[in-house]
Design a protein around this ligand. Structure first.
Ligand code: ARG
Ligand code: ZN
Length: 886
């Protein structure tokens, strides 16, 4: 059934308070619920409809009396109760160990955990499971003390003690009214790292990071990240922690990254556990940003929540924006900020752009859904964050802080909409371009699709002007044929050909106002004339990626080389290099298959100059020297042949490895970290560049038969003092050197067989290796039979299955269609146990229509086979149906 945004109506009943009791047991948990319900007397009298799913109901009492009820459309319906306020008591049982969906109360390892967002609470007990019903929760947990020594729920611990028969109890109270999706329970055998901290007001808080026994030595970074997040939110937005206690709990089986339950954040172990020996720099980085993300939700999500799930980006887009800003501030230097921005845009363009161009395209604030879990998307999160970032650009840093302040002043304790947020931003900045164009700006929430922005500049030597003409066009999306112009902030600078920046003065202005500014585009076509321009210029447009659009600026390779050499904007400098590479890949794809792909000297010289430039950070160089990914390129090119694209890109990498051989050898030696391991921006950059250099050196050595670098890589793999270096060396071998890869993989497995998260890397590395002659695909089939493989753990399933279908196009898109058959089998296998995971997996073929033949037809056939399964879950059904819709 389709749920539509326009059908929203306020709830007819409110639940002011609930007392929950849990007799916890993996096989059968008894849930008692005592609800204080109030009817909204302003609305017509109507039945009370409670959500429930997979529950075994024992009893229902209204004010202590039994009452007649019925089941209708998966809801428990009680015909209009007489009183305006009454107590409803419900008792039901659930079976956590049978809950393979990992939504509601489920077993993981030897513990019990909950996941309630979006609609998991109804799998625990009957309730008004919607975000605009906010309730004060009091929770009593009873369980076997030996099996479940730790009993946690939201808020503050009121009492705990012993019970008969080896049981114990804990009673928790959360003073803040909250929607059911923020409820959480944990019962497990855990240990905690603890720290007491003061917030600026002088209030003391207890911070705890709970993990299974044996993992305490992997909690320091999560704790540090939590403390840094608290400090940052107070300093930047004046937002302090409002609870005495803040808990993070690591869960081994988890569908998503983490969950912001009030005061009790539950995390995928992947985003908590790290030490130098088991986690890479990328893992440390992920932990910092996910810990921050969930902590920031306490204000943007929990104190102010969503009115309905169509408003999901209200909390997610804003909170992603906040965690991105936090990570940038943590990175420190302007250059390190630039590196982070490039990373964020890469994610946006590799995940959100294809989504916005395919059958799942939807606005940041969707209009309709069948399964809300399908809309926890890159569009809602990452594009949503870009929409918030554009507001930030339009009102400035101070203005944005003022907008946040007004937002909380108006809406603290409420469930609101995306409109409410934008309105607060505009009202706090009445003189801004945002306030002047608020309705126009809000089209970013309403229109799906990635706008195309065309930009052409004309220099008039006589008039000494340079006129920039901008034109925008947003191609059709499902259900949205015609789009209106959107507000596009275009940050820009102008460079002379020698690389110096031009002072910018628009016609009509008294004087030049610096070398960078933001043009605000509000029409379909618009021109801007700059005066006092004495020479031909190269425009650096959309600096910092100031809007989530596809830019066509018509720049030549010569222009791009100027930007690559001189642009002061890190993002555009990197982008110039990516475009030069993409131009070469496109040209090779357009040439006859037998024509050799030859990388030109100009490109190689530019890359060498950049690699050798002493003024640049290693992290930035690593990004520039990495060619655009096959996934990004495939999104940009129509009728893609994934095999051909892979062959062309690999050949360019080979040439870069050969032509820069001496430079790579220098880079490897020059970027060794000689001090103790720290996952900071500088060390991370050194290791990233050294690992890229090593990969290039091994690749080239295999081509020439030289044993030196493969031998060095094996040594480094064996002797590395941290996981980043060890995995980097292993990857260099696995990707290029078939012989040394085998003993290295065996050794790695033996060394880390007790570490689930490291084993995930072991699977992932093999599944993501560059495909050659079908070897990677064959390896994946073998690994399915490995004793350590299981479909039941989402991280493990992602490490092997998603690595193939979502991250290794050349292994997946095979001429014999075996990749598609594999995909269909696994969608069906996952779907019976875990629909949320299955529907995410199913999205690997979203963009089948953009494939060249014979891939296209073969992909369609596989999708049709999945569609034919009669009892497909609602989640997967929605994805498949959209994929096949015309
Ligand atoms: N709110 C969580 C976060 O972004 C994600 C929860 C998603 N849950 C789901 N079932 N889709 O931090
Ligand atoms: Zn979130």
């Amino acid at each position: 059934p389709m749920v539509r945004r326009q059908d929203y109506s306020a709830p007819a009943y409110r639940i002011r308070a609930v007392e929950l009791t849990f007799d916890l047991d993996a096989a059968k948990t008894i849930v008692g619920s005592r609800l204080s319900v109030e009817r909204d007397t302003a609305l017509p009298v109507q039945p009370l409809r409670l959500d429930g799913e997979d529950l075994n109901l024992l009893r229902v009492l209204v004010d202590g009396q039994s009452v007649s009820f019925r089941h209708e459309n998966g809801q428990l319906v009680i015909d209009a109760p007489a009183a305006e306020a009454f107590t409803l008591e419900i008792r039901n049982t659930i079976a956590p160990e049978k809950n393979t969906q990992l939504s509601g109360l489920y077993a993981s390892g030897s513990g019990l955990f909950t996941q309630c967002e979006a609609e998991g609470f109804r799998r625990i007990t009957y309730f008004l499971d919607r975000p605009d019903v906010m309730t004060v929760f009091t929770v009593t947990l009873r369980a076997d003390k030996k099996k479940y020594p730790v009993l946690l729920s939201n808020g503050n611990l009121l009492e705990q003690g012993e019970l008969a028969n080896g049981k114990h109890f804990a009673k928790w109270h959360d003073p803040f009214p909250k929607p059911a999706y923020l409820f959480a329970v944990v019962a497990a055998d855990l240990v905690a790292r603890e720290q007491r901290v003061l917030s600026r007001s002088g209030k003391e808080h207890l911070l705890q990071v709970y993990v299974k026994r044996g993992d305490l030595d992997k909690t320091e970074h999560a704790m540090n990240s939590l403390i840094a997040s608290m400090v940052w939110d107070e300093a930047r937005f004046g937002l302090a922690l409002d609870l005495e206690r803040f808990m993070i709990v690591a869960v081994p089986d988890f569908n998503m990254g983490a969950m912001e339950n009030k005061g009790l954040n539950l995390f995928n172990t992947k985003f908590v556990l790290a030490n130098a020996a088991t986690a890479t720099d990328v893992d440390f980085d992920g932990i910092e940003s996910v810990v921050a993300h969930e902590y920031f939700h306490n204000w943007t999500g929990n104190r102010v929540t969503c009115r309905d799930w169509f408003q999901l980006s209200l909390k997610e887009g804003l909170t992603v924006f906040r965690d991105q800003e936090f990570s940038m501030d943590m990175a420190g230097s302007p250059s390190a900020r630039g590196v982070r921005r490039i990373g964020d845009v890469r994610v946006l363009r590799e995940r959100q752009f294809p989504e916005d161009a395919g059958p799942m395209a939807h606005p940041v604030r969707p209009d309709a859904y069948q399964a809300i879990d399908n809309f926890y998307t890159a569009t809602v999160y990452e594009k949503g964050s870009e929409v918030v970032r554009m507001m930030h650009t339009l009102v400035g840093r101070e203005g944005f802080a003022a907008g946040m302040k007004l937002y909380f002043a108006r809406h603290d304790g409420q469930a609101v909409t995306c409109d409410d947020f934008a309105q607060a931003m505009a009202d706090a900045n009445p003189d801004s371009a945002l306030a002047a164009n608020l309705e126009l700006f809000k089209r970013w929430y309403a229109q799906a699709g990635t706008p195309r922005l065309q930009a052409r500049g004309v220099w008039d030597a006589e008039a000494r002007t340079w006129t920039l003409t901008l034109a925008q066009h947003n191609p059709p999306s499902p259900g949205q044929a015609d789009k209106l112009p959107q507000l596009i902030p275009v940050a820009l600078g102008l460079l002379k050909r020698d690389g110096t920046a031009l002072p910018l003065q628009l016609a009509g202005e008294a004087e030049a106002g610096g070398t960078e500014r933001v043009l605000v585009m509000t029409e379909a076509t618009q021109s801007f004339t700059f005066v006092n321009v004495d020479a031909e210029v190269v425009p650096s447009l959309l600096r910092g990626f100031s809007a989530p659009v596809v830019l066509d600026d018509g720049l030549s390779d010569a222009d791009l080389l100027v930007l690559l050499a001189h642009d002061t904007d890190a993002f555009n400098r990197w982008e110039a290099g990516q475009r030069l590479a993409a131009n070469r890949i496109r040209a090779a794809l357009a040439a006859p298959v037998e024509a050799p792909v030859v990388l030109d000297d100009a490109f190689i010289a530019a890359m060498r100059a950049l690699l050798r430039d002493a003024s640049l950070d290693a992290a930035f160089k690593e990004l520039v020297l990495t060619l655009p990914s096959e996934i990004y390129l495939a999104d940009q090119i129509e009728g893609i042949d994934p095999q051909r694209l892979h062959a062309v890109r690999e050949s360019l990498i080979d040439q870069l490895a050969a032509a820069l051989h001496a430079d790579w050898a220098w880079a490897f030696e020059a970027h060794q970290v000689k001090v103790g391991y720290k996952p900071d921006a500088w060390q991370t950059g050194q290791r990233a560049l050294a690992n890229l250099a090593l990969a290039m050196l091994v690749r080239h050595a295999v081509a020439t038969g030289d044993p030196l670098w493969p031998g060095k890589a094996y040594q480094r793999f064996k002797d590395a003092s941290n996981m980043t270096d060890r995995l980097g060396a292993l990857e260099a071998l696995v990707n290029a050197h078939a012989e040394l890869a085998e003993p290295a993989l065996a050794r790695f497995h033996a060394q880390f067989k007790g570490e689930a998260l490291v084993l995930d890397k072991w699977f992932m590395l093999q599944a993501r290796a560059p495909e050659r002659d079908g070897r990677v695909f064959a390896r994946i089939q073998q690994l399915l039979q490995h004793p350590d493989f299981t479909l039941g753990n989402p991280n493990r399933a992602r490490a092997l299955l998603f690595s193939l279908t979502h991250f290794n196009p050349a292994a997946f898109h095979r001429l014999d269609a075996a990749g598609y058959a594999f995909w269909a089998d696994k969608v069906l296998a996952l779907d019976t146990a875990n629909p949320q995971l299955a529907s995410r997996y199913a999205r690997a073929l979203d963009r089948w229509r953009n494939l060249a033949e014979p891939y296209r037809s073969a992909a369609r056939e596989a999708i049709a086979r999945v569609a034919a399964k009669p009892d497909l879950s609602g989640d997967t059904h929605e994805i498949i149906q959209r994929a096949l819709a015309d």
